[in-house]
Design a protein around this ligand. Structure first.
Ligand SMILES: Cc1cc2nc3c(=O)[nH]c(=O)nc-3n(C[C@H](O)[C@H](O)[C@H](O)COP(=O)(O)OP(=O)(O)OC[C@H]3O[C@@H](n4cnc5c(N)ncnc54)[C@H](O)[C@@H]3O)c2cc1C
Length: 527
């Protein structure tokens, strides 16, 4: 009889989902090995020094979607994870020198919105309530394995469960679900609000990690995707992980190690080994084969195309056609002082410095940024969100100085006219800085150092194909049972014993831990 492989499961990639999956597998007594290509674990959720004395989250930078069950089961708080809430969600300076602040309680937001439209302020509580009803449907489905299309009678139960969440809703809410999955964010928002600032503030979420105009059908769903989370029990809130996003994945690593998971960094997997029609292990770049009873991939779904060169079949077409480009550009800057906003002056840390600062004053502005990017690759007037985590976390910068995360939308992965990111990266970074400087004129002069990641850098550094921050577009044809492709929506990939546990699986991108949680359940079922 052949010897039993040394490992029950090899997880390819130590992104947060790979670590979560490994933890759940090890909890059931499986012998698990995690292999990570980079020198650190965490994937897109890491904290690194980017300028001497200044540390910050390198890619992902703010928390909301991390599921409370994952936080609890993996004892992340016991491992030191602390998440602080923003005083209010967003500060959005306007083109005419004004501003709007959103969040910090419905009444506070109503007072802000009433400065622009009394009618909008009155509608706000109803808007939140209706959106929350739909977000609750999503929440209910997050931890479910989507029914697998083509999976026969075995799929009747998951299909019934999924439809039950929808059928239980009153008719008006069912209509909202349909609209939020199909309409543009602009159309959805204009049904509720007449004033530009509130539309811009809410509409911003619809273009985050989504190369689209807020006027494009389907963008309302991306808006919804950003509200299903919670911080410390507060639904829809966003917060900061003290120590940066790496604090989350370091806490996960500690729990994985406590459960006996073996983790190797600087270990790039080249391909998946197939034996008797099953995944039977992996081959490491320059370091031979590792046998395992099953393989779980935390990598982008399209990585499988190269890792299984000999596996023919109908799966290759949908996996090749998978849409993966969020058109995102990411920077960290070290600052000698805080930005002094013309619309809300002050260089001392104030609540607006502790919120998500959106520099995209209207939906039309976002539409223009998208149109320019379509034509020229990126816009000289880009959409920028800035967070200054050092205002709530003194572990990131020397006293009196600061770090800011700049998260910028609509920078194409492939630039037109044969241009390349190596030559263009710093010019695009300058345009981002100019955009912030338009609202906070001391910003440029305050910069002590910067690190810039173009879409190409995101691909090279983190393996995000096409630079897509979510491991693939959150479009209707790539969600739920169709993520990453119809027929493979239940975490099982085209080869027996091969699973997907990353953001390319349901429910998609964000630091949620959910694909890792759900994939582990399916692996355990099969083993
Ligand atoms: C710039 C940016 C900003 C973002 N902002 C936010 C945010 O603020 N909040 C939020 O919730 N989400 C945010 N996201 C999205 C979120 O970070 C990702 O969806 C999430 O981190 C993906 O986690 P994952 O574990 O599924 O995959 P990843 O984090 O991508 O991990 C996959 C891991 O697999 C490794 N790997 C790949 N191929 C191999 C191989 N062949 N061998 C070994 N290892 C391999 C990679 O190195 C990586 O470590 C952001 C993402 C980016 C890029």
């Amino acid at each position: 009889m052949p010897a039993r492989p040394r490992y029950d499961a090899v997880v390819v990639g130590a992104g947060h989902n790979g670590l979560v999956c490994a933890c759940y597998l090890a909890a059931r007594g499986l012998k698990v090995l995690v292999l990570e290509r980079r020198a650190v674990v965490g994937g897109a959720a890491v904290t690194e020094e980017f300028h001497p004395g200044f540390r910050n989250s390198t890619a992902s930078y703010t928390v909301s979607l991390l599921h409370p069950k994952v936080i609890r089961d993996l004892k992340l708080a016991e491992h030191g994870l602390r998440i602080v809430e923003r005083p209010f969600a967003n500060f959005l300076p306007l083109a005419d020198g004004g501003y709007i602040k959103v969040g910090g309680g419905v009444e506070a937001t109503q007072r802000e919105v009433a400065r622009f439209s009394r009618r909008d302020a009155e509608r706000l509580p109803d808007y939140y309530a209706r959106l929350d009803v739909v977000a609750d449907v999503l929440r209910e489905l997050l931890l479910e394995t989507p029914p697998n299309v083509g999976g026969g009678v075995a799929q009747l139960l998951p299909a019934w469960k999924a439809s039950r969440a929808f059928r239980r809703l009153p008719l008006a809410a069912q209509r909202d679900v349909l609209d939020l999955f199909t309409l543009s964010a602009a159309e959805w928002l204009s049904r509720w609000f007449e004033s530009e600032p509130i539309q811009a503030c809410f509409g911003f979420d619809s273009v985050v990690g989504n190369f689209a105009s807020p006027y494009d059908p389907g963008t309302a769903y991306v808006l919804l995707h950003h509200v299903f989370g919670e911080v410390n029990g507060k639904k829809g809130a966003w917060g900061h992980a003290v120590g940066g996003m790496g604090a989350i994945t370091q806490a996960m690593r500690r729990e994985a190690e406590a459960r006996g998971v073996e983790i190797r960094t600087n270990a790039a997997v080249e391909r998946i080994v197939t034996r008797k029609g099953r995944a039977a292990g992996v081959v490491l770049a320059g370091a031979g084969e590792i046998e395992s009873r099953c393989v779980v991939s935390n990598a982008h779904p399209q990585w499988l195309l190269g890792a299984l060169p000999d596996l023919a079949g109908e799966w290759r077409e949908p996996f090749s056609n998978y849409r993966s480009e969020s058109a995102t550009f990411r920077m960290n800057v070290a600052l000698a002082e805080l930005p002094d906003f013309a619309s809300l002056p002050g260089r001392e840390a104030a609540d607006h410095h502790r919120s998500g600062i959106i520099m995209a004053p209207s939906l039309d502005f976002m539409d223009r940024a998208h149109a320019s990017a379509r034509e020229r690759g990126w816009s000289e007037h880009p959409i920028v969100e800035m967070l200054i985590p050092s205002t709530v976390d003194d572990s990131l910068a020397p006293a009196g100085q600061h770090v800011a995360s700049l998260f910028c939308q609509h920078f194409r992965y492939a630039l037109p006219g044969g241009r390349g990111w190596e030559a263009e990266r710093e010019r695009a970074a300058d345009a981002v800085i100019e955009q912030v400087n338009r609202f906070a004129p001391n910003f440029k002069a305050a910069i002590l150092g910067r690190r810039t990641l173009s879409p190409l850098d995101l691909e090279r550094e983190f393996g995000l194909v096409g630079g897509d921050i979510f491991h693939g577009k959150l479009s209707l044809n790539q969600l739920f049972s169709a993520r990453p492709a119809l027929g493979h929506g239940n975490y099982r990939m085209p080869l027996k014993g091969l699973y997907l546990c990353g953001s390319g699986a349901h429910p998609g991108g964000g630091v949620t831990g959910i694909p890792g949680h759900n994939a582990a359940r399916e692996v355990l079922r099969d083993l």
